[in-house]
Write a protein that binds this ligand. Sequence first.
Ligand code: IMP
Ligand code: MG
Length: 368
Amino acid sequence: MITLGDKQFEKYLSATDVQHAVNGVAVRIGDDFKDKNPVFLVVLNGAFFFAADLIKRFTYPCELSFIKVASYEGLHSSGDISTVMGAEPSLKGRHVIVVEDIVDSGNTIEAIIEILNQEQVASYAIASLFYKPEAYLKSFPLDYVGMEIEDRFIVGYGLDYNGLGRNLKDIYILKAKQMTNLVLFGPPGAGKGTQAALIKDRYELVHISTGDVFRYNMKNNTELGQAAKAYMDRGDLVPDSLTIDMLRAEVEKNPQAKGFIFDGFPRTEAQAAALDELLESMNSSVSGCVALEVDTEILVERLLERGKTSGRADDQDESKIRNRFDEYNEKTAVLKEYYRNQDKFHAVDGVGSIDEITARLTAVIDQL
Ligand code: IMP
Ligand code: MG
């Protein structure tokens, strides 16, 4: 992955792939123009690498001219094309091969064709190294295309993002925006709530605490809440499918979210698989499972200390505290394994100041 300005790009095509595409165009143009003494009209700036490699492979008489038009700002064409530098010398009566790096909307090519018509050329043909058929809005045929690509932004081999990246030998593509979905684990007293709140703000994530979601649905007597209550009243466990439905509703309430922190869920392997399915249906996935780890003895002490002031009964009895840890360790062991198998498990040392722990968490999350 590389960074250009404020954007990240990942490798898309190798220099060799590019050379194959250039070759293909060169062979076809050679066949068609060997006895026509064409003028290659190179569209600056992006096409300069392509033009250099292409024209070197055209081993017949030819001439060279340049034109510069401007329309692109950042990632998008403004649609407004202005001629910055016209073709020299006159193209009147000549066979012109326009050499372009990439055809996207087709606005640039349209403007150039207009210029060629004014110049009264004998004929023209369009050669573009790349072409985005899904983005093309015009109907002019493109005579020579090196490679069709999907409608995404690329850089390298002459193509730029705000002036950067032209010197790259390979082609890179703008990284698709990915959601950051975290599964957060932490034993009682490890500071999970504090860290979840900080992480949520920092990455603009939505924190979904399963406990809160249940309480919300019960309290507001939602359909899902009523269904859950019916199971509980019968003394049955709420089935995973119902919990997942509640989470789905929560996720769907936040369509603009940059991602979610799942807290208190999943608790079983089946739930983890159900969560994967839910996220997959949104074209996303769990980015990582992050577990705050603190030595049990330290936590027991912390909780007993908290019990003295908080008055929480469950924080005052050491054997009950130890039971909660045993339960936590037992339940999370299988999930750690689940995420470890997917290379998504990250243990984070939970001993230290709040800032120190946040820094460790962000170091992990930034790498996801
Ligand atoms: P069009 O006028 O929309 O067809 O865009 C053509 C011009 O926009 C090209 O000559 C490039 O300068 C620029 N362009 C279009 N797509 C890309 C891209 O993916 N990366 C870099 N420049 C691009
Ligand atoms: Mg260009």
